[in-house]
Design a protein around this ligand. Sequence first.
Ligand code: ASP
Length: 484
Amino acid sequence: MVNLSVWPLRILNKVGQPSWLSDRLEACLTFGEKMKVVKFGGSSVANAEQISKVIGIVTADMDRRIVVVSAPGKRNKADTKVTDLLIALADAVIEGRDFEADLNAVVDRYAEIQRDLKLPEEVVATIETDLRGRITSRGKNDAQFMDAMKAAGEDCNARVIAEAFTKAGSPAKYVNPGEAGMLLSDDFGNAQVLDESFEKLSSLKGAKEIVIFPGFFGVTKGGEVATFPRGGSDITGAILAAAVKADVYENFTDVDSVCAMDPRVIDNPPAIDCMTYREMRELAYAGFGVFHDEAIIPAVHASIPICIKNTNNPEAPGTMVVPKRAPGERTVVGISSASGFCGIYIDKYMMNREVGFGRRLLQILEEEGISFEHTPSGIDNISVILASENISNKKEGLVVERIKAELAPDAVTVEHGLALIMVVGEGMHYTPGMAAKATKAFSEAGVNLEMINQGASEISMMFAVKDDDREKAIRALGTAFFDL
Ligand code: ASP
């Protein structure tokens, strides 16, 4: 296991605070009534200026008691995230190359933060010692080593940020995920939280100082550092929010709110002020990028409301993601789209009378190891929509041959280059004419529809169009549903 105990005792005592502060802690810190878990993404903690904003945001609200931080992200468009620098460093070590330049690139990022926040110089030396310790204690398992290196980004940043809070007069303590009970499966790079973690982590609720918790990693039962998939600090925040039964999970990023449509396609799309978990899931399925829907599952299971907010404009109310919203508010909440799909269309006269046709079709896909997205069907036809990345040319040929041989269809065709468009809103369930509104918009814009599918839950409508028509289709829907 990586030795994380090298942090200077001169700076921190064993509970992670400067000892001169210990006595003052209880006296000067009164938390609010509620419990908020707050997560700051990479761009929110990329440099001293951003970290100072974080301190301002957390201390402005006494309910913000548990703070999850990412590794320093990009300071500008051309910059590299510390996690990517750490991956390059780990690769150099694994491949036996000289890694000094890669190591310095990481250390320099923290040195800049230390300098600008005027923290003690030892902070940087300690980070370098920590990184070298991770490298020298490397075992045989490269995936395990890679995770130990990736985790350093969040781990070092959390320690630096805890120092910065305390220096600014708001006592905070770094909490080590392993010691706090963030137990993960040993799928390195793709770990999952173990159920028993929630009980263990619930004790964070009693912390007397602001807790600074590094995102993205935990430890296996064997004590090895393991990370979630990339972007996994969101998962850490959701787990902590569920564990301490937070009143809200605030996820700070760099946008004022989630947009109802893709701002790269539509100028000034409306903001979403409130949506349900289900709406977010449906929108995220087709390319809604603010955060990954699966990342927040623990918060969803515990029914914790999530608020997406902007570190650079914390006064903006942000977007709430909640279990339920009142009917009557906004019928359609958002419209999203994604490219990279293909469809297999099968025609057979009297298909509706042939018992087991659908099962046998899907069985062919199952036996070829291909997952499918949708299967809209008519009386004499059925189509299967697949993500193109899940079916190679070779597999496609094989599947078509099997369909012909085993299902004796009148025709089988495969169409590539499809995009899916999702129109999402809980209110669609009660509102007549929604499909007509969309199809009218498509026909007026000259967009040919390849397929329509209304989910059984009736909170979304899905349209497949040719990729080339995608932007035109989205603009048409923007006009129809949001008067854009
Ligand atoms: N730092 C990690 C990444 O870049 C995790 C995160 O920021 O959420 O993927």
